[in-house]
Write a protein that binds this ligand. Structure first.
Ligand code: ATP
Ligand code: MG
Length: 689
């Protein structure tokens, strides 16, 4: 029984409704593109479409829904359930629980590869390297090839990984990538080619995949027609949010899943494309309609439901200056007298005080902390603010920055688990072996070589005589590895065993071992939420929990907290009140981003994304002195900053320009002494060492 016009459709405007009901009743609706500006209801429309498909009989197990983060995917599932419940009543929960294929491209890729591993020549026990592990492996290979010592100006491991990743994701040629994106490394083309080939061989012999492999192997699978047909046949509908930030590899996967575009829906906004540094290309969304014959249906939305008129007007003005633009300006019915604030402060310390002052003021007037957010370009920019928030006891959660899992002791424990899951994983093995005092890289390397010779590395480990300086911990480690490899203790008890072995070492290695032990308790709690070690490792590697106000990194998810986020990680979200830090030249646009028009335009879109997160209040903060942490070799320095070039004088009418704290004679005196130099961001980073 299906309602002719279910009430959930009434809440939508006609364009949104057209997108939601597109092809209803057809077995294979044609391709659909929703391209529209910020806050126009794209994500909301997508959620309605999924619910509408389910209500009309689509099998939720056969719907593939890809979003920008796992958080976005679970938020979407909740919305779908709420909408479907209007028709299905309480049974909607059960139906949407079956919406099992909702996640990120990488997460979905990992699952499909695990299921099809044996068919594509992968060992099902493969482990996944995060970026840091990948850079470490790149480094190991670099050393083996002798590129690091002999040639002192050879690119760093991080740069090598970026180049490699770019080549893979853009599906481009190495020399072309070097020429356009890394010209200063072009002289190393031959060596890099050898390095990357060694890196690929190392991954394969160790049975590990990096992030890029999750897409690359998936695309590889789709290039083989029988496999492609098998995977494609699993999904009737494929829907993608934030399509403007996908790269070539991702679009090739989609096209292979739905060659005629039947059942394919993508939504996005070209004015919000901010991931070209990860090889995302706005061409994907612009070329989508013509990729099919007949061409995809296009729905555009131009009413913004999120922001007040003054906020939207200012955001429109910023993006209007762009040299290239596709979506139209938005309009809203939300009137307000409150213009966005352009707040000039002396320095970053005042900036932090201003934000705390405003946040507390808003909370006193009844606005929950969770309805407020502070956005910034780079994770380290929130350092002074984090200190101020901690001092004032304001809880916060930080998205997109350093993660809980980046803390050394957490990585140690995860490496133990990963190494037992896949004893051929050298990066994990290196890390675990060197936890033993007296075992250095030389010894660790020899042990790993010895383990690699036989068919059973863990057995081989037991046969190796205790290395001279390995001490008492050695026997315990061998025993632990045996036990974990056999998987007899079960999950999450295995983590408990790892902890028993690791804690004494932790106490020797860190002065603040007590705090770190609490993190481990927290990790055990998180672990309890996963059905198996493999799922735990995979999901934590792909989408780790975020760091929080608690110094130990314990996620305080049930209380009220302020959101701190990089602009990149704030994509798709909205808050009543938004503060944007360091709206100055040198930050937005960054020094690095002013090289070409292309880069500059991406910086403009970044500011646009930040501004369009706000519903009611928007504060853009302009510190007159701004502390830039450059790459180590340049050293840190202060800049006397100008407000961003994206808000020129002519635009000032759209903002309320204020000085904070209000000018007093004392304030003017306070401006004269030389700035105190204090590397707060380094301190903050130190917290995680
Ligand atoms: P972004 O570009 O930032 O991802 P978006 O286009 O995906 O934004 P949504 O997040 O879906 O926009 O919606 C923005 C806000 O507008 C949400 O609060 C949503 O609930 C609201 N909204 C969307 N459509 C409607 C509608 N037809 N009526 C009322 N509110 C709506
Ligand atoms: Mg959205």
């Amino acid at each position: 029984f299906v309602l002719a016009s279910p009430t959930y459709l009434d809440a939508l405007n006609p364009e949104q409704r057209r997108a939601v009901v597109h092809g209803t009743g057809e077995a294979a609706p044609g391709p659909l593109l929703v391209i529209a500006g910020a806050g126009s209801g794209k994500t909301n429309t997508l959620a309605h479409r999924v619910a509408h498909l389910i209500v009309n009989g689509a099998d939720p197990r056969r719907i593939l829904l890809m979003t920008f983060s796992r958080r976005a995917a679970s938020e979407m599932s909740r919305r779908v359930e709420r909408i479907a419940a209007q028709v299905l009543g309480t049974s909607a929960g059960a139906v949407t629980d079956a919406l099992a294929w909702a996640g990120t491209f990488h997460g979905i890729g990992a699952r499909l590869l695990r299921e099809h591993a044996t068919q594509i020549g992968l060992d099902t026990a493969f482990t996944i390297h995060d970026r840091e592990d990948s850079a470490d492996l790149m480094n190991l290979v670099r050393h083996e090839l002798g590129f690091s010592e002999a040639k002192s100006r050879f690119p760093t491991k991080g740069t090598c990984l970026s180049i490699y990743s770019r080549v893979v994701n853009a599906q481009d040629d190495l020399d072309a990538v070097l020429k356009t994106t890394f010209p200063w490394c072009a002289m190393w083309s031959k060596e890099l080619r050898a390095l990357f080939s060694g890196y690929v061989a190392a991954k394969q012999s160790q049975n590990v995949l990096d992030y890029d492999d999750l897409l690359l192997y998936w695309a590889g699978m789709m290039a083989e027609s029988a496999m492609a047909a098998e995977v494609a046949a699993r999904f009737d509908h494929v829907l993608v949010d934030e399509y403007q930030d996908t790269n070539k590899l991702q679009s090739s996967i989609l096209l292979a899943l739905k060659p005629q575009g039947h059942g394919l829906t993508v939504v996005g906004d070209d004015a919000q494309s901010i991931y070209s540094f990860r090889a995302a290309t706005v061409r994907n969304i612009l070329d989508f309609p013509s990729a099919f014959s007949p061409a995809a249906d296009i729905v555009t939305l131009d009413r913004n439901y999120r922001s007040t008129q003054p906020i939207l007007g200012a955001a429109n003005a910023v993006i209007e200056q762009a040299s290239e633009r596709f979506t139209k300006n938005l309009w809203t019915e939300r009137q307000s007298d409150a213009k966005p604030l352009l707040v000039t402060v002396r320095d970053e310390a005042d900036q932090a005080r201003y934000v705390v002052h405003k946040v507390l003021e808003a909370r006193e007037s009844g606005m929950a902390l969770k309805s407020q957010a502070v956005l910034f370009r780079t994770s380290s920019h929130s350092g002074p603010l984090e200190i101020e928030l901690t001092r004032q006891n304001i809880p916060f959660v930080k998205f997109g920055g350093l993660k809980f899992l980046d803390a050394a002791h957490i990585k140690d424990l995860l490496s133990i688990l990963r190494w037992s899951e896949n004893p051929r994983d050298r990066v994990a093995g290196f890390r675990v072996l060197q936890l033993l005092p007296g075992v250095g890289p030389g010894t660790a390397g020899k042990v790993l070589d010895a383990m690699a010779t036989g068919p059973d590395p863990i057995w081989a480990l037991g046969e190796i005589p205790t290395p001279p300086r390995a001490g008492e911990g050695w026997a315990g480690m061998v025993e632990l590895m045996r036990r974990l490899a056999k998987e007899e203790a079960g999950w999450p008890a295995e983590l408990g065993y790892a902890r028993l072995w690791y804690e004494p070492l932790l106490e020797q290695a860190f002065d603040d071992a007590m705090v770190r032990v609490q993190d481990i308790v927290q990790l055990e709690q998180i672990a309890g939420g996963y059905p198996s070690r493999e799922r735990f490792l995979t999901e934590l590697t792909l989408d780790p929990p975020d760091a929080t106000s608690d110094q130990s990194g314990v996620p305080l998810l049930d209380e009220d907290y302020l959101i701190l986020s990089t602009i990149h990680s704030a994509k798709g979200q909205e808050w009543k009140s938004v503060h944007v830090l360091n709206v100055v030249d040198g930050c937005i646009p960054s020094d690095l981003g002013t090289g070409s028009t292309h880069e500059l335009e991406e910086e403009r879109r970044l500011l646009y994304v930040a501004m369009t997160r706000a519903r009611d209040d928007l504060n853009l903060i302009v510190p007159q002195r701004f502390f830039v942490t450059q790459q180590a070799k340049h050293g840190d320095r202060h800049l006397y900053a100008q407000r961003t070039r994206f808000i020129p004088r002519a635009m000032t009418d759209l903002f309320e320009d204020i000085l904070w704290p209000p000018v007093t004679p004392a304030h003017i005196e306070g401006l004269s002494p030389a700035p105190v130099r204090m590397d707060i961001s380094a301190q903050m980073r130190g917290m995680w060492k």
